[in-house]
Design a protein around this ligand. Structure first.
Ligand SMILES: [Zn+2]
Length: 196
């Protein structure tokens, strides 16, 4: 696939942005690499939050085992078995609740900083736009060819490398508001069967 540069109208020096960043034969300058690389994915979970989630997962297994033991014991269940079941169930619920609360607090802090993308889902939209973007080595412009993000998705104008990341996040935010992109791999409708 080739793409025509919207700035100089040439197609022989255009290349997808991810390929240009990987290209060792014609490497980009370091400052340009910084301007064109995909923004880092936001850190979704702290280590503590992940540890609590693991604890919740393990204690849910203990809870199932303890409940099964109780059921098998029936009326012969000891008070100790009942207490043990309640304790592991409490640990499970508590650790899950604490993990969720920590993650929500981290999301709120990220949102309060005004950072976007703030979640992994939002970052995936940014990454999708970045993967579809091209650049022109002739006139140092980045651009999005028509239809690169799905059928009918409009082409962008030429973008300076300096504005590339703002454009990435702006386009991804728009897509988020519209509920995502049209699937790029959507096949065109099958042609109607020829009339007999
Ligand atoms: Zn160009």
């Amino acid at each position: 696939m080739t793409a025509v540069c919207p700035s100089c109208s040439l197609a022989d020096r255009t290349v997808p942005v991810p390929a240009a960043l990987r290209d060792r034969d014609v490497p980009l300058d370091k400052p340009d690499r910084g301007l064109l690389d995909v923004p880092p994915e936001p850190v979704g979970r702290s280590g503590v939050s992940t540890g609590l989630l693991l604890l919740a997962a393990f204690s849910s297994l203990w809870t199932v085992r303890a409940v099964l033991t109780l059921v098998r014991s029936g009326s012969a269940a000891t008070a100790g078995q009942v207490v043990a079941t309640v304790v592991v169930a409490t640990v499970m619920a508590g650790s899950y609740w604490a993990s969720s609360a920590l993650r929500r607090a981290a999301d709120r802090r990220q949102a309060a900083k005004g950072g976007w993308p703030a979640s992994s889902e939002q970052w995936k939209l940014v990454h999708r736009v970045w993967q579809a973007a091209w650049l022109c080595r002739n006139c140092r412009a980045a651009f999005l060819p028509a239809g690169a993000l799905g059928p009918g998705f409009p082409a962008s104008g030429p973008l300076s490398f300096e504005h590339f990341r703002d454009w990435l996040t702006g386009t991804a935010r728009q897509a988020e508001q519209l509920g995502g992109f049209a699937p790029a791999d959507r096949k065109p409708a099958a042609p109607a069967a020829p009339a007999a």
